[in-house]
Design a binder for this molecule. Structure first.
Ligand code: UD1
Ligand code: MG
Length: 460
């Protein structure tokens, strides 16, 4: 069997993005454009994957240092066009191989389209029929319907501009032929013209070689990203397709156009995402989980039956079954909630555990702490974990009751079944079952005459 060599072009500057970041590292659904291209390329089981880079290549190489797909990095040097990029890659490809060229900025290229091009034996160009062909190379067909040549937008005549069959950039050809044709297409030295990969079509025909056109069934998926508007279009299309897949797999979405998954979401049965939920990293939902409007979850595991009310932000959190969270809760890395635990509005937690059935229902900060099962933290409970230099731990026993507006100065231990009176500031441990409180005695002065404004201070 003819070995397949992939050539991925990623050396362009991406000037139109107007970004300091190389274009192929711009994120689509939270991952670099190039990562999507490589995922799809991996499905082809190619003998090699040659990545042509130039502009900011250290950053691109670093971003893919851990890639599971073996990558052959090729430095194009000064980019002189797509023909030059492929020609450089061909130095690493044996004549007998079949070459499949893809672009690092076409992140949603369908695997079926790549396979269709890879399968042929002569030259195959992947084309798409689009409503607005402006900016793309046009496929010019001979009267017999065969592909004659590809003309770039800026060089096309008015009639050619009206052609709606565009070059996606994906092209497959036998390596030895491609090398020969490209060498013949090289623009004369000194000229400003780029070296076009697309010129091999006319060269192949002149050589008597068949040139096939494969038309993509998903024209929106084969369009590249050149600027931020096109990136946003691809992001939406990606999210819509992903939402459709998730609904097919049983996830309930209040509105498939208002959910963003920038990572991997796995879910059990009867889970619901309300509008404007953002999922990042790796998030796992067991059965019957509800996530309210405007929530953000990054790298979380959520147990069955748990409900997260609107506008809660969870990162690096593990939640057991039947917990109630939010609205407006902020759970930071290292938060663990036991079964049936409750975290209400304006509660922040970090590196802290709430045992089964424990509650922190309002306006509370729990950091570097362990709270036992069934304990209740009143409104305004603060674990003072930071002394300005170091962090300290707070331990609160099972069924302990912490009155409202209490400051627990860590390190501190509150025993099982202990009670802390509202408004206390404690820095000493409290024994199990004890009541501890610090509270100034109120003083009442009867019939106290309020100060009156002197005439000097009277408003004019
Ligand atoms: C190219 C095609 C055009 C097609 C369009 C599809 C050519 C001459 N034109 O035009 O027919 O309709 O793509 O999007 O091929 N690159 C390099 N090295 C270079 C130049 C480019 O690696 O020297 C890479 C870029 O990073 C990019 C890809 O090749 O990934 C395409 O380059 P770009 O400049 O975007 O080509 P277009 O003008 O869009
Ligand atoms: Mg382009």
């Amino acid at each position: 069997m003819t070995p397949l060599h992939l050539v991925v072009l990623a050396a362009g500057k991406g000037t139109r993005m107007r970004s300091r970041k190389p274009k192929v590292l711009q994120p689509l659904a939270g991952r670099p454009l190039l990562a999507h291209v490589l995922d799809r390329s991996a499905a082809l089981d190619a003998a090699a994957c040659h990545l042509v880079v130039s502009h900011q290549q250290e950053r691109v190489r670093a971003a893919f240092a851990e890639s599971t797909l073996p990558l052959d990095w090729i430095d194009q040097g000064e980019p002189r066009g797509t023909g030059h990029a492929v020609f450089r890659a061909l130095e690493h490809v044996p004549d007998a191989a079949r070459v499949l060229v893809t672009y690092g900025d076409v992140p949603r290229i369908p695997v079926a389209d790549l396979e269709a091009c890879a399968a042929g034996d002569g030259v195959t160009v992947l084309a798409a029929r689009v409503a607005d062909p402006a900016g793309y190379g046009r496929l010019i067909l001979a009267p017999d319907g065969a592909l004659e040549r590809i003309v770039e937008d800026k060089e096309a005549s008015i009639d050619e501009r009206a052609v709606d069959l565009i070059n996606t950039g994906v092209l497959a050809a036998p390596a030895g032929d491609l090398r020969r044709w490209l060498a013949a297409c090289e623009p004369a030295p000194g000229g400003a013209r780029e070296w076009y990969l697309t010129d091999v079509v006319a060269a192949a025909r002149a050589d008597g070689s068949a040139v096939k056109v494969a038309e993509s069934r998903d024209p929106a998926a084969v369009l590249g990203v050149n600027d931020r508007a096109q990136l946003a279009v691809q992001e939406r299309l990606y999210q819509q397709a992903q939402a459709a897949d998730m609904m097919r797999d049983g996830l309930a979405l209040a509105d498939p156009d208002r959910v963003d998954v920038r990572g991997v979401l796995t879910f059990g049965q009867d889970c619901t995402l309300d509008v404007n939920v953002v999922i990042e990293g790796t998030v796992t939902l067991a059965d019957d989980v509800y996530i309210g409007p405007g929530c953000v979850l990054r790298d979380c595991q959520i147990g069955s039956g748990t409900q997260i009310a609107a506008h809660s932000i969870l990162e690096g959190v593990r939640v057991d079954a039947d917990a109630r969270i939010g609205p407006f809760a902020r759970l930071r890395p290292g938060t663990v909630l036991g079964t049936g635990a409750r975290v209400g509005n304006f509660v922040e937690m970090k590196n802290a555990t709430l045992g089964p059935g424990a509650k922190a229902n309002h306006l509370t900060y729990v950091g570097d702490a362990r709270v036992g099962a069934g304990a209740n933290l009143g409104a305004g409970t603060i674990t003072c974990n930071y002394d300005g230099a170091n962090k300290h731990h707070t331990e609160i026993g099972e069924r302990a009751f912490i009155g409202s507006n209490t400051a627990l100065v860590a390190p501190i231990r509150i025993g099982d079944d202990a009670t802390v009176g509202a408004g206390s500031t404690l820095s000493d441990d409290v024994e199990p079952g004890a009541l501890a409180l610090t509270r100034a005695r109120p003083r009442t002065i009867r019939d106290w005459p309020r100060p009156k404004k002197t005439s000097k201070n009277k408003e004019s």
